[in-house]
Structure formats: structure tokens, C-alpha cells
Design a protein around this ligand. Sequence first.
Ligand code: ZN
Length: 263
Amino acid sequence: MISKSNIVTLFAVLLCTALLFGCTPSSTEDVASDVDTLALGDISDRFHAESEDDPALTEEKNTAELSSENKSDTKPLPKITIVEDMRPSLGHGPKGVAYQKYIMLHDTEGSADPHSVVSWWDSNGNLVAAHFVVGVDGVVVQCVPLDTIAHHAGFGNAGHNSLFDTPEDGRDDKLGTTSIGGAYPDYGMNSYSVGIEMVHIGGSGYYPEAQLNALDSLIAYIDAYYGFESKIIDHKAWRTSNSDTSAEFAEYLRNYQSHRTHS
Ligand SMILES: [Zn+2]
């Protein structure tokens, strides 16, 4: 056990380090460039590099299964392979750590593999994309950097900029953005969130375990990247006329929101 004061100290260190991290573009680019086959421990070490000797911090890292030290009394590190397929045209402005609030989950409503999904996004002219696509086999493809805005949330219900505390502050270039009507005027969520698309057709009733396990790891990776837990929502929370995530994901969504894994 560690004291509350140590937990507060840990949080402060993580937040400060994360803020520094987000304000240094060269560092962020370095992370983005070597994200292939990136173990969570690798990026965790970047956040914890200044506090290796603090036993309280080590204990907290063990609890989070993010430490690569003291392996004798920790579970194996969760690992994730992220395949980069970056498409600069799908980025729409800066989204540093100070602006990160939500992880939004989507379904692709199609069966195409993640690379094909990314290619479609990059070729159809709408400039809409999520940061990540998770395939049914667990393959994770990233096409927009985490510190860059992607147009995955689109327009939300009137009043949702205020409800979700996602004001439109001019960082979003809004290229390709076209109004969808008076009931859905709010666009701020795109500037404060990471989008994850799961290859899934609503009503098909089955999210493979490999896909769900990959999503577990991806969320842990995003948490480690920022140094805090973003709120997990699905697309229809932002725009209530949407269907994704589909009904068969409901229990998984509740699990993600309560403890950040699907089961
Ligand atoms: Zn969606």
C-alpha cells in the first residue's frame, strides 16, 4: 500500500512530465516514429525516467503493470504492436496533452481490414478518420498521431460542446467539414479526443476476443502515453442519432468505463 500523499505526488509527477512531453514537439515526433512494436513499458519508462528511485512510485507502477523494473514481483508487461500508416492529410490541427480528455470508440460498419479502412479514408476526400483502427484479428493501425486532431467524432448534438466541456477554440482547421443540420451544430469533441474504430458491423453480434484484447492494450497504451486516464465514451454519446458502438458492445463499454478492459 502507498499513502494518499504518495499517490498525489505520483499524479503530480506524471502530469508534469506529461505536460512537458506534450509541449516538446521533437519528443512527440520521436515517440511517433518508433511506435512500431512498442511495449507499454517502453513508453512508461519515458514518463518515469525522472523518478526511478522513488519506491512509492515503483509500487504504483507495479500496480498499473507498466513497470519494466522489479519484474520478479510483477505480471508480464502488456505489449501492443501498432502498425503506422500515417496519412498527413487526415490531421486537422494540434492536440497536445493539455487538450486530451476522451477516448471515443466507434464501429466501422464494414468488414474491410484496417489498412483498407485507412486507405478509404485517405482517398474519399471527406478528410474524416479516427486515429486508430482495430481489426478483427487484433491488428492495430494508426493513421493520425495522438497529438493531432482527427475528424472522427464529427458533429454532435446542440449543447454537447458545453456538456462535454469541449469548446471550439480555433485549433481545428475544419477542412472537409460540412454541416449536417441544425440539430447537430457542435464540433468541439474532435479537438479533445482520440478516436478508435473497431472493424465491426452492428448487429453481427460478435467482437472476437483478439480484437477486444487488442483494444484493451491500445487503451492502456493511450493511458500510458498521456499519463492519465481519458474518459471512455462511444460515438453515440456525442451524436445521439449514431448507432456506434453497436448494441452488442454495451457490456464491454460499461466494463471499459469502469475498469478499462473489456471483461
Ligand atoms: Zn462513429
